[in-house]
Write a protein that binds this ligand. Structure first.
Ligand code: GLA
Length: 380
């Protein structure tokens, strides 16, 4: 009887503590993995076929590794096909596989369920084909799949957090050098609460891509009007942007201003977490939301209402929208003993405004990608 190798790859979702819309401006981010994820099991085939079963949806899909081409469609099998495409584009030789996967990350809520699926699939194909691809590269290949195969021009934060986070720590990432540091989060009496507004804006992907263009346009204007030659907003100071201000469209000035300040907030938050100054972290988190709402304009009224309710609640140190925005989740740093009361307060508020009833999650900073080999007995 032959022994067959199966691999199990688990990749978590992430919540971003601070550093929003900074990754594609070569800036800093501070996400952490959440305790919700995708578990994918895969077994190698001898041909070029990939068969997938999605547990949660009870749906199947198949494709051939010989026929992959970016199509800008966002159905769930495309995320796995995109990974295979990105691996093959990089020159890796792949065999087909039988896969199944399932998970508990709310879909399209801004907690990176797609990044988790990509990272888990990339790790599984790497393992089954003996490619030994390091986590950093798995994250980059997953981003490439999302950018070029799916057509969402995301930065590197989500895939990186899913692949490289460790328990009890946030991941401080420099998105230019890709150097990173695990920052221990000593939260004491506090926890991170995630509040899913359950609002999903249908044009979120195009609005996100538009923000990226605006940042590029803002940079061009700054360089043109000041004679500087900066290659990203990450390198622009507040003094420099003030010089360029008279030549900039107010909207673009606001976008750039937010990015510059948000980068600084990430650095300050890292310092504050290292010193155990949760009060300071909370205040930076609040400032981040204010900027996302007024300058970057990626929040929405339902999310603002949850943030306002949280920020004004005793026991909450800070609250902000998290992820790309346009709906999605809020993250709050809250005293553990106040969690239930906060939940009640937010539910009350949403009932009065007849917004959708939010969902609540409490999460500790969790481990990133885990790959385990499993042996099964095949037929004789
Ligand atoms: C999405 C993208 C990330 C990042 C955030 C905003 O989650 O996938 O790369 O840009 O939005 O911070």
């Amino acid at each position: 009887m032959k022994c067959q190798v199966k691999v199990k790859a688990y990749a978590p979702g992430r919540v971003n503590i601070i550093g929003e819309h900074t990754d594609y401006n070569q800036g800093y981010v501070l996400p952490m993995a959440v305790n919700m994820g995708i578990l994918l099991t895969a077994q190698k085939r001898r041909d070029k076929l990939v068969n997938i079963y999605a547990n949660n949806l009870d749906q199947r899909a198949s494709f051939s590794l010989n026929k992959l081409a970016p199509g800008k469609s966002k159905n769930w099998p495309d995320y796995i096909a995109g990974i295979c495409w990105a691996l093959q584009e990089e020159g890796y030789k792949l065999s087909g596989a039988d896969l199944d996967f399932g998970g508990n990350i709310p879909i399209a809520a801004g907690l990176s369920s797609s990044a988790a699926l990509e990272v888990a699939a990339a790790a599984a194909f790497s393992y089954l084909n003996g490619l030994n691809i390091p986590e950093k590269k798995l994250a980059l290949l997953s981003q490439k799949a999302e950018n070029e195969y799916i057509g969402v021009r995301c930065g590197i934060m989500d895939q990186f957090a899913s692949a490289l986070s460790i328990k009890d720590c946030a991941l401080f990432l420099d998105c230019r050098s890709l150097e990173y540091e695990h920052i221990p989060l000593d939260l004491g009496e506090h926890v991170f609460m995630i509040i899913d507004s359950r609002i999903k804006r249908s044009l979120a992907a195009s609005a996100y891509n538009r923000r990226r263009e605006e940042c590029a346009e803002a940079l061009t204007m700054i360089n043109k009007s000041t004679g500087l030659q900066k290659i990203s907003l990450r390198e622009v100071s507040l003094q420099e942007i003030e010089k360029a201000r008279p030549f900039m469209l107010p909207e673009l000035y606001n976008r750039a201003c937010f990015v510059i300040k948000e980068n600084k907030r990430v650095l300050d938050a890292v310092k504050a977490f290292k010193h155990g100054d949760l009060q300071a972290c909370g205040s930076l988190i609040n400032q981040s939301h204010e900027g996302l709402r007024r300058l970057y304009e990626v929040s929405c009224k339902e999310v603002d209402m949850i943030v306002d309710a949280a920020q004004s609640f005793r026991g909450v140190l800070g609250a902000r929208m998290t992820g790309a925005g346009f709906g999605g989740c809020v993250v709050a740093l809250v005293r553990r003993e106040r969690v239930e009361k906060l939940q009640e307060r937010i539910l009350e508020k949403t009932r009065v405004t007849s917004a959708k009833e939010p969902h609540f999650y409490i999460t500790d900073p969790a481990d990133g990608l885990k790959v385990t080999e499993v042996f099964t007995m095949g037929s004789p």
